[in-house]
Design a protein around this ligand. Structure first.
Ligand code: B12
Length: 218
């Protein structure tokens, strides 16, 4: 490729990423959506949009930024057409699917949406069970052949009994050896991971996606 074209591409990329960081920092939802859309159209990889743009901006904008960014990202990522998504998935070497849901009794879903957006940007094949998911439903999905990872999200500590039940059903089930369980969401903790015998817990979505990346490649 000609040097001038490469230079322009790099310049555009820096420009779009900077716009994303600024819009997230200033909590400007409309600009956030526009900047993410433009960056995607310019071919900036979604992982870079999230890691170098959104997550950097979030350092300044706190809780409200998180909520807006989750909405903006979800909206834009949903607009990627199925063929394009399939191409990303095919170009990655992942074997197996990830199932994720927020446990029964809990309806928080913004963090889960960010987690899903990042997993999809990595090319992972993700099934979203939504919120308020019965423990038995996670176990039902664990029985499906190609499911390799189950992610359980929760922010509300009162739902811990349901978390324990879900992990116990999966871990005592027939397919315990094939399926790994990861806990996430603001209430997830190392203690709960040990108590429930989940395989991992993650403090944030990036840590979570790195753990799942290793599992899906092994
Ligand atoms: C927004 C919000 C709501 C919204 C939710 C909107 C929505 N669509 O999600 C609404 C208003 C509906 C709501 C309702 C309630 N809420 Co609320 N809510 C919050 C708030 C302000 C932000 C939560 C959030 O979205 N954070 C941003 C996301 C991005 O963070 P996150 O979920 O942790 O996700 C990150 C990681 O954890 C990770 N992640 C998330 N999921 C997963 C899963 C896996 C597998 C992995 C690996 C990673 C991962 O990815 C994300 C990015 O890194 C928090 C306060 C706070 N400071 O956190 C309270 C909070 C969570 N809510 C709380 C409560 C009590 C409630 C209510 C009970 C209030 C009420 N009395 O009605 C109800 C809950 C009803 C229910 N049954 O669930 C408490 C929970 C306390 C506790 N520990 O038990 C909090 C902490 C507020 C407080 N300080 O009291 N809430």
């Amino acid at each position: 490729m000609e040097k001038a074209i490469i230079d322009k591409k790099i310049k555009d990329r820096v420009y779009y990423i900077k716009k994303i960081v600024e819009s997230v920092e200033s909590l400007d939802f409309y600009s956030m959506k526009m900047a993410i859309k433009q960056a995607m159209e310019a071919g900036v990889p979604i992982t870079d949009i999230i890691k170098q743009g959104v997550l950097i901006g979030l350092k300044e904008s706190g809780e409200m930024g998180l909520i807006l960014a989750a909405e903006a990202l979800e909206g834009e990522l949903m607009s990627i057409d199925e063929n394009e998504r399939r191409k990303i998935e095919e170009s990655c070497n992942y074997s197996g699917k990830v199932v994720i849901g927020t446990i029964q009794g809990d309806i928080h879903n913004l963090g889960k949406s960010i987690m899903i957006a990042i997993m999809k940007s990595y090319g992972m094949n993700v099934i979203d069970l939504g919120v308020d998911v019965r423990p038995e439903r996670f176990e039902e999905l664990a029985r499906e052949n190609d499911v390799k990872v189950i992610g359980i999200s929760y922010l509300f500590s009162s739902v811990e009994p349901a978390i324990k039940r879900a992990v116990s059903l999966i871990k005592n089930g027939k397919f315990a050896n094939r399926v790994k369980v990861i806990l996430g969401g603001a209430a997830a903790s190392r203690e709960m991971m040990h108590e429930t015998h989940a395989d991992a817990f993650a403090e944030d979505a990036l840590q979570g996606v790195e753990i799942i990346d290793k599992w899906l490649k092994s």
